[in-house]
Write a protein that binds this ligand. Structure first.
Ligand code: GLA
Length: 672
């Protein structure tokens, strides 16, 4: 080596003036691109926007986040060291969060904190980053669910080889794109092919049909006791007999006509296809009112959602009086002298609201708890179950969500059933199971005694494997999970936990992985869903293939074209509403790609190729045997509503190109 070359190389490797060492603080980077389980990334604050505090010590600098959290940083070899202190933020005192901090360099784990609990002193970390191109800071759940996991990276900084900043990024695409074609001008009937009603119960069915208006409707072979309004397509009346009827629905407009068979089963079972509608909780939270509910009903009709089969308008928590409402409209007497529940002043006349909803051919849902208090501290049904069931029937309620909340306190015999103090009892088997089942059976039995059909939804987050006994409690659906939020971690974790309950799904019995988190959601604090467009396609596709009740959680007056495209694809909806009532399950896993398969009544199979990974999946898929198909198949893309391939499963392959966190949702139709 020449003396000159030697001089230059030593000069550069010494990092002289061109490459001076400098410190870049984590809080100086763009943290907004981080994905996390809840809230917004805190820059020098906790996730709740408070000063960062770990085990009593306050820190000025850092990143406050919430498990499960991931922040990606491009280093390209420009950083030499990362150091920080990590711990749980004290703002969650009184709860029991647990997390694990992890650091990955080029997808290899460089360091892990081990499981940390609230009150643990901040743990120091220092890792060498020499040669690393991409760094990921992760906060994983510590094994007890991602609840209250407010986690802090404090005094976090990089030593760099002279650069003054580093670039954070999020690999998931964020541009919305529309796949669902607009409905044709000619009539098309989209209602499910089967409908259950009990003999003697009021019948209410609105034909869901797309196409230009005005449109007129008719129905052939309607059972005695039913009549159709030709202008609205709303069928009402009562069927006396226990019998199955084959009806033909018809719709006509200036452009043409359409017809579709509807099997009406007048028997014991109701909710023969999963419930489709709207619920107030994910958008309005405790700010719900009769006026907002009426407006939601109007918007369901005006937006055209009703033409695709969406028909329940469900009021969640906070129609009752609350025991500690700061809002004066929540302060009032819970019940009258005979124990009948009184509605708070935002719901002046529940019967009138029911009539309004029914007038549009829609159904009304309501919410309560078997405990003395709902999750939000409103009056629950404990001790007044009979009166409540009677009130619901009198108001015209068609659906009840019955939420565990404070019932744990009843079992524990606690004098104060404060839902904030009483931990809900997780019942798993033996006598605990009986105690946990009892209140749900009690209400189920009372609902059956009412002179109308009330679809019964159990909300106890899956405890005691509710899918195994929900039917015995006369329920039609049951929550399998804790509450959903509009984050990737929430949707992913819920989705991956559904297979165990799948064998129990059938017409009249549905597993409920919680409501939809697309559109403007926010639990009283409205914002666009934080799910990326591909994540939203995956969410809707999986809820469709899971045969999940589909309850829209967004503000229906604020839907954009992208949200409408997600909620009005009749082929995606038809898989969910398929009369066979099977729940799709994962039959093949290839790395982060999971392939869910659902058998359909017509012999076809719906398949969701769901990519849970951060890299796109591009491959030629051949393992059709694993998916239970053989011979020649036509592959139809459900989101695009068009056939995309014909394959011979013995010899051919299917080209998959699935975005990170995205999905390909297909129907396979056998050509033999
Ligand atoms: C629980 C339920 C939610 C909602 C709230 C209302 O958290 O799981 O879906 O009903 O209660 O307080």
């Amino acid at each position: 080596m020449s003396r000159f070359k030697f001089f230059v190389l030593s000069f550069l490797s010494a990092g002289c003036c061109l490459n001076a060492q400098s410190t870049v603080w984590l809080d100086q980077l763009d943290l907004s691109v981080a994905t996390q389980g809840n809230g917004k990334p805190g820059v020098n604050t906790s996730v709740d926007g408070k000063p960062l505090m770990v085990a009593g010590e306050v820190f000025k600098r850092g990143f406050g986040t919430h498990a499960e959290s991931s922040l990606l940083i491009k280093l390209n070899g420009k950083a030499t060291k990362f150091s920080a202190l990590v711990g749980l933020d004290d703002e969650m005192k009184g709860h029991d969060p647990a997390v694990e901090f992890e650091i990955y360099g080029d997808n290899k784990k460089l360091w892990s904190s081990g499981v940390m609990h609230l009150g643990d002193k901040a743990k120091p970390v220092s890792v060498s980053l020499k040669g690393i191109k991409q760094l990921e800071l992760v906060v994983a759940d510590g094994g007890n669910g991602p609840y209250y996991d407010h986690a802090d990276w404090v005094n976090a900084r990089f030593e760099t080889a002279g650069v003054s900043t580093l670039e954070t990024f999020n690999p998931i695409a964020s541009e919305p794109y529309i796949l669902t074609p607009k409905p044709a001008a000619t009539p098309k009937i989209n209602s499910a092919t089967v409908y259950g009603v009990r003999p003697g119960s009021p019948f209410l069915f609105r034909i869901a049909a797309t196409g230009d208006r005005p449109m007129t409707f008719a129905a052939k072979n309607l059972p005695e006791g039913l009549k159709i309004d030709p202008q609205t397509g709303i069928i009402t009346g009562k069927i006396a007999q226990k019998e199955t009827y084959e009806v033909e629905l018809m719709a006509k407009n200036a452009k043409g006509s359409a017809s579709k068979k509807l099997k009406i089963e007048s028997a014991d079972r109701i909710a023969l296809t999963p419930t489709m509608g709207w619920n107030s909780w994910n958008c309005f939270g405790h700010e719900v009112s009769a006026d907002k509910v009426k407006r939601a009903a109007d918007a369901l009709v005006k937006s055209g959602l009703v033409n695709h089969g969406w028909n329940y308008i469900n009021i969640d928590d906070s129609w009752q009086y609350n025991r500690n409402g700061k809002d004066p409209s929540f302060n009032g007497q819970f019940r009258d002298k005979d124990g009948y529940i009184l509605t708070n002043s935002k719901f002046p006349d529940m019967k009138n609201l029911g009539d309004y909803i029914h007038g549009n051919g829609l159904k009304m849902g309501i919410y309560s708890s078997p405990g003395p208090w709902t999750c939000g501290g409103c009056a629950g049904s404990y001790g007044y179950e009979k009166q409540d069931a009677e009130s619901y029937a009198q108001w015209g309620v068609d659906y009840l969500k019955y939420d565990w909340c404070s019932y744990g306190g009843v079992i524990d015999g606690l004098p104060d059933h404060d839902p904030n103090k009483v931990p809900s009892l997780a019942f798993n088997g033996g006598s605990d199971l009986d105690k946990g089942v009892k209140p749900f059976k009690l209400m189920g039995n009372l609902l059956r005694q009412q002179p109308r059909d009330i679809v019964y939804n159990l909300c106890q987050y899956g405890m005691g494997d509710v899918w195994k006994w929900g039917d015995e409690a006369d329920a039609q659906s049951w929550r399998t999970t804790n509450d959903i939020t509009d984050t990737w971690a929430s949707v992913k974790n819920i989705a991956l936990a559904q297979d165990k309950a799948a064998p129990y799904a059938k017409p009249g019995n549905w597993n409920d992985p919680d409501m939809l988190v697309v559109g403007v959601v926010g639990w009283g604090n409205p914002h666009q869903s934080k799910l990326k467009p591909d994540e939203q396609y995956l969410h809707i596709s999986l809820w469709s293939i899971f045969s999940a009740p589909l309850l829209i959680g967004c503000d229906l007056e604020k839907m954009d074209d992208f949200t409408l495209n997600l909620l009005t694809n009749d082929e995606v909806i038809a898989v969910n509403q398929d009369a066979l009532g099977k729940q799709g399950v994962c039959l093949n896993t290839l790395g982060e790609l999971k392939i869910y398969v659902k058998d359909l009544e017509d012999g076809g199979k719906a398949m969701a190729f769901a990519n849970f990974g951060r890299e796109k999946v591009k491959l030629a898929y051949k393992d059709f045997k694993k998916l239970g198909i053989s011979g020649n198949q036509t592959v139809r893309d459900l989101w695009r509503q068009k056939d995309i391939a014909k394959i011979n499963t013995g010899m051919g392959s299917l080209a998959l190109d699935i975005p990170a966190h995205g999905v390909a949702y297909y129907k396979f139709i056998s050509n033999q």
